[in-house]
Design a protein around this ligand. Sequence first.
Ligand code: ADP
Ligand code: ZN
Length: 640
Amino acid sequence: MNSQNNNQNNNDNNNNFFNDNPMLAFGLFALVIIIIFKSFSGDGSFNNIMGNQRIVKTETVKYSEIKQYIKANKVESVKITSSTIEAIAKGGTVRFVAQNVPAFDDKLIPLLEENNITYEGRMGEPLVNELISMLLPIFIFFGIWLFLAKKMSKGMGGILGAGKSDRMINSEKPDVKFDDVQGVQEAKDEVVEIVDFLKFPERYIELGAKIPKGLLLVGPPGTGKTLLAKAVAGEAGVPFFSVSGSSFIEMFVGVGASRVRDLFEQAKKVAPSIIFIDEIDAIGKSRASGGQMGGNDEREQTLNQLLAEMDGFGTDTPVIVLAATNRPETLDAALLRAGRFDRQVLVDKPDFAGRLAILKVHSTDVKFDDSVDLEVVAKQTAGMAGADLANIINEAALLAGRRNKKKIEQSELLEAIERAFVGLEKKNRKVSDVEKRIVAYHESGHALMAELTKGATRVTKVSIIPRGLGALGYTLHLPDDEDRFLKRKYELMAEIDVLLGGRAAEEVFLGEISTGAGNDLDRATAILKDMIMVYGMSDVAGLMVLSRSQSSFLGGGQINNDFSEQMSQDIDASIKATLSERYEYVKKTLKEYDGAIENMTAILLDVEVIEGDKVQEIILDFEKENEMESRMAHLKEEEA
Ligand code: ADP
Ligand code: ZN
């Protein structure tokens, strides 16, 4: 049954040759045209070359004979072409024509000169030149075409590899094991049975057990989906074929489908094996969702081929298809049907214990100083995926190397975390003193509000060293406690107060506002909008949800904004009112703590960075001096 299948596939491949390679077909066509054109327009014709002489007789002679006539002074004029030579005899009535002239005779011209014979035309060029001049346009044409094709196919196999997909299908026998994948225990539990099936397929086949053919790994980028798929292959000791969904979408319709065919063919040949399709959403996007310029036909064909292939092998063929996506909701329903990717496995971001385990896995090859405490690192990296954590270890190692240290210290790890959150330090960027002052007040405002507001995350560090993409300063809040999955309303409101602190400080202490708060205000507005529209936390819409978030992973993509114009106006008014109310409150608070802000600003302008502890100390000192009751949020919480 299998061999028949193969034959079928081969036939298809042949039929598709020109479909798969339309440019090749076009190239051949162009070649033919050029040859025909050349043979007509070339120097093959020699009528009338000498004008109006009354020629009575044309004699075909040998080239050597013509030369003899010339030497014997019997010739009046000569016309040379690339392949013929004709001589008009004295008197002008007889013409000698020699064809098959030797390629190049450099004695001919001197001979003509010697005998005072008028001549014109072009000597026959070496055949090679002729060929080159004929083929050059074709080469140029192919060159341009290849270049374009390379660009359009993103270097994946290119046009010449159109039918053949070996170049973009990675095949390996990974030595990754389950122990290398940490923090995703549930997902691991789901895939262990696959390993057993791949190792001992007969057992399951004899029992008539149906093993899932397809398994969809769903989760945010960098959480280890690829790694997990490799680990399945590694544990089972079977070949692992991987492709990226986006690499299927090529310039030409039909290429993707033939690649899918190749992929399954290869995998079936060496079964038991694993096929891994990364970014399956690139081909599996819901047909209903439409949109997307071009490539739709291609994607549909590719998708259909994939579905056909998955239906095509029985549960007795030990090939398992693992696919990964971070946007399961966009997938075509046909993909998720029984017998295809009917099982979904969530590969989520790791919790504290998971992060610690991942950090340990990636620490086996690096040298740590005794100061290193991975638990602290795991605590401060809430929300990061495995790939981010691996990156932090590597960044720390690079930093230590640059500092010529023998071992990585905790300080490098903490700096690497900071970098991951706020980008690289831009020490070289020159910021004017005026701007520094604005930034210092702005960040002090954020920091003060963060320390005073219940529900806000406390300050880890304040800095006015420019960072990353356009940030002139930043106030770093690192999560200090366990992972959080819920946010309470007062915490969202606290976030808004902290965000407004920057702009408020500018206004209160400098009497002037700047563009520096743009991003803060954007975020504050977004939080309020979500509170009203998504979380049912306002009087405006009550418990009514006006907007559903499309994807739990990408965080964005709101849909379903169908509510009345009146509601829309109410929302706008409510957001605006809340923002200005909170802004007034924040300004009042900053004024009450003016000494603390001035103090922080002075230190920032002096040394550019204040650690969180110092911020708290400054505020407490100010409160003591002014005999105020402390409003420091964490102290109040401890009391309670
Ligand atoms: P995804 O496919 O989910 O985008 P990858 O599997 O490509 O993520 O992860 C990239 C790299 O990050 C891995 O090669 C590995 O080094 C590291 N990594 C990600 N998740 C984990 C994890 N759960 N355990 C260990 N390492 C991980
Ligand atoms: Zn700000």
